[in-house]
Design a protein. Sequence first.
Length: 225
Amino acid sequence: MTRVKICGLTREEDVDAVVDAGADAVGFISGMPSSPRNLPISRAASLISRIPPFVTPVLVTSGQALAENSDLVKRIAPKAIQLYDSMFSAETLRSTFNASLLKPFPVSRQEGEGGGTDVLAKAKDAARGYDALLTDTYQKGVQGGTGLTSDWGTCGAIRKTIAPTPLILSGGLRPENVELAIAMVAPYCVDVSSGVESALGVKDPAKVRAFMGKASASAERQAAR
């Protein structure tokens, strides 16, 4: 079954809403000033404390922020870390923070169906040592969270190339297109942020429930095949 991660949460009521809707993972951004959903690490810690057992809290951050807040991150104990611009090896991070590691990987919107050997080789190399590869849409000067839809044909080819490492699909997903995305890519997990918002950083409970419903229906059809 395809899992769902809802990312970029900034408010207590949104945490409660996405957990109630059945999200498998919840993402909090800290140490990334360029993101409009960036939180102080102390604020992220407060929100993570609301997450119940069996829902995965994910800290979305940078290597520099981890180095500067190492002790606090250890106390927060996120189950997974989505890491940009790391200055440490995956082995070092895993032993230091005892968390699963998600590696972001930018995918162009113009790669062409299936992708070329170059992008597939780069994806395989990027996934090495990590627990999952997260594809996001490339946009010059932006570190993830672009809200743009990537080439799903390429993402599907990446999924096959990096197997058995799981692929997390993000970038421009919303209730209206998540069924098609799952059908085309068959990812381990789909990751959404702006596609379920009513305003920047404010999750819309109705959109969250619609996204969860569409993702679940598509995953059930995939499993029945």
